[in-house]
Write a protein that binds this ligand. Structure first.
Ligand code: PAF
Length: 284
């Protein structure tokens, strides 16, 4: 059976009704396309743990601010479909902008407080757009489980908090970061990197490796760790740093003295490309 590509909300809702009436559990993997092995790992896991997987492909304009990369965001729709067909994904939802945001559609979700630091400071309108589209997609797919990559650490927290706050029935499943063999976290934006920038992008991975090592050697002074991380990012060629912090992964509050669990989170630019990465340590 070929892959079914649904373009309208009505088609998707009618498909979901059929699946539900046959008692299928539904797994949703929301994406903006330009699929890489990170996305595919979410898809594989969704297929494993739910009866029917729906992958959504939609470059959501409301999560991009003026001047960000909405217009040049990579679009590889045919290749994406091939990759999903290869994994036997039965259904893709790929709506147009007008389908998701028809004229007059102006309701927006206000994201939880956990959206405010870090990404929220540098991309203040981003998470509002994310939670708005994710809520719409959860409503449309009626997903029992929805799958997100842990690379977007704060996104997972913000989406989980929305699900809790709005009493949604979907379970949010966070899946591990997938990396290139040299350690660069997979991202659709990696295609923007020139050859030289691709080498310099390893600064993030190296810095997180250093963070892990410092923790294992007993460093517990958060300020000292963060200063070392900043220095290491600069020494390894990042162009600018938005943040390089160590925090409590349950609140994103900064630690003075490291406790466990702890997460290090980085957002930095290499050339014009903004990259993010993180490293979670559960116990000392
Ligand atoms: O992580 C992403 O690709 C996007 O933020 C998401 C969850 C698909 C919403 O547009």
């Amino acid at each position: 059976m070929g892959i079914k590509v649904l373009k309208t909300c009505t088609e998707l809702q009618s498909h979901v009704r059929k699946l539900k009436s046959a008692n299928n559990t539904i797994g949703m993997v929301p994406t903006m396309g330009a699929l890489h092995a990170g996305h595919l790992s979410l898809v594989k896991y969704a297929i494993e743990v739910t009866d029917e997987t729906i992958v959504t492909i939609f470059v959501n304009p409301t999560q991009f601010a003026e001047g960000e990369d909405l217009d040049k965001y990579p679009k590889t729709f045919e290749a994406d479909l091939e990759k999903l067909a290869y994994l036997n994904v039965p259904t893709v939802f790929a709506p147009s902008n007008d389908e998701m945001y028809p004229p007059g559609c102006s309701t927006r979700i206000v994201p939880a407080d956990v959206s405010r630091p870090l990404e929220g400071e540098f991309r203040p309108t981003h998470f509002g757009g994310v939670v708005t589209i994710v809520l719409k997609l959860l409503n449309l797919t009626g997903a029992d489980k929805a799958f997100f990559g842990q690379k977007d650490f704060q996104q997972v927290m913000v989406v989980k908090q929305m699900v809790a706050d709005l009493n949604l029935a979907t379970e949010i499943v966070a899946c591990p970061i997938v990396r290139e063999s040299d350690g660069l976290a997979l991202s659709s934006r990696n295609v923007y990197l020139s050859k030289d920038e691709r080498v310099r992008s390893l600064a993030l991975r190296k810095t997180l490796g250093h963070f892990k090592k410092m923790i294992s050697l007993g460093e517990r002074d958060a300020q000292a760790l963060m200063s070392e991380m900043q220095q290491m990012l600069i020494d390894n060629g990042v162009s600018s740093i938005d943040y390089a912090v160590v925090a409590n992964p349950n609140s994103l509050q900064a630690y003075d003295q490291i406790e466990f669990p702890v997460v290090a989170l980085i957002a930095a630019r290499v050339g014009a490309t903004r990259l993010i990465d993180n490293c979670l340590i559960e116990s000392g």
